[in-house]
Design a protein around this ligand. Structure first.
Ligand code: HEC
Ligand code: HEC
Ligand code: HEC
Ligand code: HEC
Ligand code: HEC
Length: 215
């Protein structure tokens, strides 16, 4: 018996979210799915396998973001540091702490610590840390006062509308590149004027077309 549908028909639903008859239904389902608190809720702050505190390590010890999130300026994803980074200090400091037991176990077994994702965009949205950080968009603008967080929580909605607010008026948000990891930044009086100048000089144009952010 000849095949009624060509084999290729099987891949249709995954080809593209947009421009297909089923697109509308798929997005409704996605919205439903991703509106579960794990994905979009401001305030999401899962308990981590180790009670690592940014408030202490950043706010008090003064460690730089890139000491641990070393890829943030060069890749789409900001990496979570490997156990080695913790052991740089905790090989000597607090070596008998119960709280650090999972770190020592990870070190001796070579199994990574299973940190839980706090911020997560749906798969159909495209995002790059490097592009933002290198164009003056600060960690603080998207993640808030991480230096004061005992437990990291999501402070911005990361919704499409939120992304677009800045993409339409970046002059209200961007900073000089050397300030992107600063926490508690105070804007100079001529903040917007300076930004407008930079936007013109560097030709900064955040995209607002669908295909820039969606596959
Ligand atoms: C000593 C290492 C270290 C330093 C320094 C550090 N972080 Fe982290 N960061 C971590 C670890 C470990 C996690 C994963 C556990 C957690 O969420 O607390 C993390 C998680 C995060 C998350 C949440 C990631 C997710 O799952 O969505 C953000 C945002 C973040 N860090 C931002 C920053 C910023 C901004 C700075 C600088 C102001 C910074 N971090 C400095 C180690 C570090
Ligand atoms: C630059 C050094 C340094 C690095 C790197 C570092 N820590 Fe720490 N950490 C400290 C110091 C100092 C303390 C406080 C020790 C004290 O209270 O006497 C501490 C305390 C802690 C504590 C509390 C321990 C307790 O019993 O109260 C935890 C948990 C912790 N760190 C986790 C981590 C994790 C996870 C990483 C890697 C992502 C990490 N630290 C990286 C220096 C560091
Ligand atoms: C324009 C907003 C924006 C800026 C600026 C930004 N982040 Fe993020 N960050 C996000 C979003 C959105 C996610 C979730 C990404 C995903 O799911 O793909 C995220 C996720 C993360 C994660 C989890 C790992 C990952 O890549 O998914 C870490 C760690 C992190 N950010 C750290 C930082 C640090 C450190 C800085 C500053 C140097 C920074 N971020 C700047 C929006 C931003
Ligand atoms: C506070 C401002 C701000 C926020 C918030 C923001 N962006 Fe951007 N975005 C920018 C700037 C500035 C650029 C750089 C434009 C340029 O390179 O000319 C950019 C560039 C981009 C690009 C183009 C990347 C490339 O390769 O050229 C994409 C895609 C993007 N942003 C997606 C997002 C998404 C998705 C979100 C929300 C989760 C978001 N942005 C939130 C300011 C922002
Ligand atoms: C600056 C990046 C950006 C641009 C430009 C953009 N989107 Fe989005 N879009 C997102 C992000 C991020 C999400 C995920 C929001 C969430 O997790 O709630 C999203 C979600 C969606 C959704 C799911 C429903 C919803 O509203 O959350 C649809 C449908 C969608 N976008 C369609 C479009 C169309 C059509 C365009 C062009 C007119 C467009 N997007 C332009 C970033 C963008």
């Amino acid at each position: 018996m000849p095949q009624i549908f060509p084999k290729r028909a099987n891949v249709l639903p995954t080809v593209s979210l947009f421009g297909l008859v089923g697109g509308g239904i798929v997005s409704v389902l996605l919205v439903w799915y991703y509106f579960s608190p794990e994905y979009t809720d401001v305030g999401y702050a899962p308990e981590q396998p180790v009670p690592y505190s940014h408030a202490f390590h950043v706010g008090e010890l003064g460690l730089q973001c890139q000491y641990c999130h070393s890829n943030v300026e060069v890749s789409a994803h900001a990496n979570i540091p490997p156990t080695q980074t913790c052991m740089n200090c905790h090989g000597q400091i607090k070596t008998d702490s119960q709280k650090l037991l999972p770190v020592r176990e990870s070190w001796s077994t070579d199994e990574p610590i299973e940190w839980i994702n706090v911020h997560m965009l749906p798969d159909y949205a495209r995002f790059s840390h490097a592009v933002h950080v290198n164009n003056g968009v600060a960690c603080e603008t998207c993640h808030g006062r991480v230096d004061q967080m005992e437990v990291v929580s999501q402070v911005e909605p990361l919704s499409m509308g939120w992304c677009l607010e800045c993409h339409r008026q970046p002059e209200l948000y961007i900073r000089p590149n050397e300030e992107v990891t600063t926490m508690g930044y105070t804007q100079p009086a001529d903040f917007v004027e300076r930004n407008l100048e930079r936007i013109a000089d560097d030709n900064i144009q955040p995209p607002t077309n669908c295909s820039a952010c969606h596959y």
